[in-house]
Write a protein that binds this ligand. Structure first.
Ligand code: PEP
Ligand code: MN
Length: 409
């Protein structure tokens, strides 16, 4: 599909030399977005999509550049081993779930986990919520078991299993942006919490970019979130997502699964951190508990040898997903804890900083992951997630204690 090509209308309108910078960045943005992009919906009416992007480009950004700059400073401290990074929230936010009670409960869980981790690590904890824009999901199949187009997150279509509901609707980008802005207002009432989402839907991601000349080279600052990450399914080296991330001044995360070779990891690091900025890039390993000890060590060794100061963050969720006997997508808290233990072992052995964790958690009393008081038979009771299974408040608190223990050991 040809992506919408529309330079945001309300760019601060610099003239002369600055305008030339804009044009170079514009050309690079166009080139990045012209590359093959995985996991994008097909809009039935590209004109409507173009209109939606145009409207979004006139909206106020969700986050302020100064807030993103503050996060960059804090992440540099994580990369130097002087702070710990906690990132977490829903796998997928939903419009229906965007209530004050839900948002507050998730933020409360994150803050409570951070307090436990600060105690255990003796370090300041940088908190980043998966929130205020986590509305698009990569999927393993384009159609579901009923033969309907798969649900790609509320940013694209509706989870309801009808062909009308599953049709990609570009106006959902406008709703998501408005919802994200509302969420962000609540987030700001919690001290020091930043927001993040997967930079997946490129028509959305391209809609709120400003030239940022504060760094080593002019780049584009996304107003859609402080921290953006590229997922395991869209990190093709020749693809649009990595090329897009290269242009951003926001701190970037990259999910890496067990198929990542040390050489590939080094290639990503060179491309996404060309100016060697500590904490610019977070490598989010999601290897699975059975593989993390074998697969992660050579990656850490090889990247460390390059001298780039990346953040090493463990996502213990996505490599440990399985289907229960009763057909629920679930995760076992013991596997989750074991992957983090393996992550700490690798870093302890190599003398590198186990910089943080990235988890799917909620403050709601759900039964989605097993262990810590939830049995497989309990899963149907309160299985509410729109996508992947989350730890509930109690499971999250216990996991934070376990991680605090690992950090203190
Ligand atoms: C996610 O974080 O929800 C996700 C889809 O992760 P991954 O890209 O690691 O599979
Ligand atoms: Mn997920």
């Amino acid at each position: 599909m040809k992506l919408v090509t529309q330079w945001p209308a309300d760019l601060d309108g610099p003239a002369g030399a600055a305008e030339a910078v804009d044009h170079r960045l514009f050309d690079r943005l166009e080139a990045a977005l012209a590359r093959p992009a995985a996991q994008q919906p097909v809009w039935r009416d590209p004109g409507r999509a173009r209109d939606a992007v145009e409207l979004l480009s006139r909206s106020r950004p969700i986050v302020a550049q100064a807030e993103t700059a503050r996060l960059r400073t804090r992440l540099a401290a994580v990369a130097r081993g002087e702070a710990f990074l906690l990132q977490g929230g829903d796998c997928a936010e939903t419009f229906a779930g965007n209530t004050e009670a839900h948002v507050r409960a998730n933020l409360r869980t994150l803050v409570d986990m951070a307090a436990v981790l600060a105690d255990g690590t003796g370090l300041p904890v940088v908190k980043i919520a998966r929130m205020a824009g986590q509305y698009a999901k990569p999927r393993s199949q384009p159609v579901d078991a009923l033969g309907l187009p798969v649900y790609r997150g509320d940013l694209v279509n509706s989870v309801e299993p009808t062909s009308t509901a599953r049709t990609a609707d570009p106006h959902r980008m406008l709703r998501a942006h408005a919802d994200a802005a509302r969420t962000m207002a609540l987030v700001r009432s919690f001290h020091d919490v930043h927001v993040s989402h997967e930079a997946l839907l490129l028509d959305y991601e391209r809609s709120s970019l400003r030239v940022d000349t504060t760094g080593p080279v002019p780049r584009l600052s996304s107003g859609l979130g402080h921290f953006l990450w590229i997922g395991e399914r869209t990190r093709q080296p020749d693809g649009a997502h990595i090329a897009f991330a290269e242009l951003l001044s926001n701190p970037i995360g990259l999910k890496i699964g067990p198929g990542t070779s040390p050489e590939t990891a080094v290639d990503y690091v060179r491309r996404l951190d060309p100016h060697r900025e500590p904490g610019r890039l977070t490598l989010i390993s999601r290897m699975g508990h059975a593989q993390v000890r074998d697969v992660l060590a050579p990656i850490v060794e090889k990247v460390t040898a390059t001298g780039h100061q990346v953040i090493w963050q463990c996502d213990p969720m996505h490599g440990n997903t399985r289907t229960s006997a009763t057909g629920y997508k679930t995760r076992d808290v013991r596997h989750i804890a074991d992957e983090i233990a393996g992550f700490f072992e690798v870093h302890r052995r190599l003398g590198t900083h186990p910089g943080g964790i990235h988890v799917e958690v909620t403050g709601d009393d759900v039964t989605e992951c097993v262990g810590g008081g939830v049995a497989e038979a309990d899963l149907p009771a309160r299985y509410l997630t729109a996508c992947d299974p989350r730890l509930n408040a109690e499971q999250s608190r216990r996991l934070a204690s376990t991680v605090a223990g690992l950090a203190a050991a």
